[in-house]
Design a binder for this molecule. Structure first.
Ligand code: AMP
Length: 281
């Protein structure tokens, strides 16, 4: 497995592999890898990638000034071992200084899908995400890139960026990997105590209940249900950031009737840790 820290070295290597006719997959991550990340590598393998490039970069420009950039969990050694075991053929470990020169002044800013949900609560977040992903596309030269459904709004925005800026990269979206309890895997789960984890189960419980009800009823009245969900999350000891239902592609809010194919997205603070989860109905 190759390990790159210099952007231009990765780019040269990737261009060479492309010219040799190899299919390149990119799996962008912020590291502290868990089974959810490894499922993206597995999806890349299953799709027939010859080269699987995992990028591990805690991207400073997607964090707000009061967010957890400095304390975001990092473990380079364990991540390298996990990548090797999962079948990655290259890992890209850049430094912020290598990715953003002192006078870096060009950013990619999606203007529509990022106005709601996490985009509304985390100003500048998706601008940071789109900018780094555009750079990673230029560096790793992938034929396709794998993202997790866990960050539902992120994959929608990346797909829009690819469409609107004509990136020649196929976007593959892999399902959410959960712990046996139902808790969606996340690097930030390391911040949770045993009691916090118990509280956090309310998220998946809400989503599973909704899926069950939609499977039985086809549709349900969203407004009263939303009120109940907010109350249930609060009673479970969580601070609700948002509870929203949207159309799957456009992220247009569902106002009255929640139907099959809509997506319900939740964001909460659990003892100060921001957790997100979602499910397609
Ligand atoms: P992160 O390291 O949190 O930026 O995530 C990197 C990629 O892994 C993103 O595409 C995430 O959506 C994806 N991911 C994170 N957690 C999970 C999970 N539990 N299941 C599937 N994919 C995930």
């Amino acid at each position: 497995m190759k390990v790159f820290t210099e952007p231009d070295k990765l780019q040269k290597w990737a261009e060479g592999r492309r010219l040799a006719g190899k299919k390149i997959a990119l799996v962008p991550t912020m590291g502290y890898l868990h089974a959810g990340h490894l499922s993206l590598i597995a999806a890349a393998k299953k799709k027939g990638a010859d080269e699987i490039v995992v990028s591990i970069f805690v991207n400073p420009i997607q964090f707000g000034p009061k967010e957890d950039f400095a304390r975001y969990p990092r473990d380079e050694k364990a991540d390298l071992a996990k990548c090797r075991k999962a079948g990655a053929t290259a890992v890209f470990f850049p430094t912020p200084e290598n990715m953003y020169l002192k006078n870096h002044s060009v950013f990619v800013d999606e203007k529509l899908l990022g106005k709601t949900l996490c985009g509304a609560r985390r100003p500048g977040h998706f601008r940071g995400v789109c900018t780094v992903v555009a750079k990673l596309f230029n560096l790793a030269r992938p034929h396709f890139a794998v993202f997790g459904q866990k960050d539902y709004q992120q994959q929608a925005i990346i797909r829009r960026m690819v469409r609107d800026l004509n990136f020649d990269v196929e976007i593959v979206v892999a399902p959410i990997v959960r712990e046996a309890s139902g808790l969606a895997m996340s690097s930030r789960n390391v911040y949770l105590s045993a009691a916090d984890r118990e509280k956090a189960l309310a998220l998946s419980r809400v989503l599973f209940d909704l899926q069950k009800d939609i499977a039985e009823e086809e549709e349900l009245d969203w407004r009263p249900r939303r009120t109940q969900i907010v109350r249930f999350l609060r009673e479970s000891g969580l601070n609700v950031d948002y509870v929203e239902a949207v159309e799957a592609d456009t992220l247009t809010p569902v106002e009255s009737s929640l139907a099959k194919g809509n997506v319900v997205l939740l964001a909460v603070y659990c003892n100060g840790t921001r957790l997100i989860d979602n499910a397609v109905m």
